[in-house]
Design a protein. Structure first.
Length: 70
């Protein structure tokens, strides 16, 4: 273990989490931009599109709760 690298500290971890958060935000914005149109295409009534977009948005973030570092 002579060539073992020392821990890089909190800055590298912060960079990884920042990058992951940035990529997640970009992905979510792409999904939410077209979700109302796609829901209308699959036959969801126009009156329920807003409610379903809100519900799916909440479920997306709730499903990510177990992966938040403590």
């Amino acid at each position: 273990m002579k060539n073992a690298r020392p821990p890089q500290g909190w800055r590298s971890l912060l960079a990884v989490y920042w990058f992951a958060s940035f990529v997640e935000g970009m992905g979510v914005s792409q999904i939410y931009a077209f979700m109302p149109n796609r829901l209308a295409d699959v036959g969801v009534p126009a009156a329920q599109v807003g409610q379903l977009v809100g519900l799916l948005g909440a479920l997306f973030f709730v499903s990510g709760l177990p992966f938040i570092p403590l």
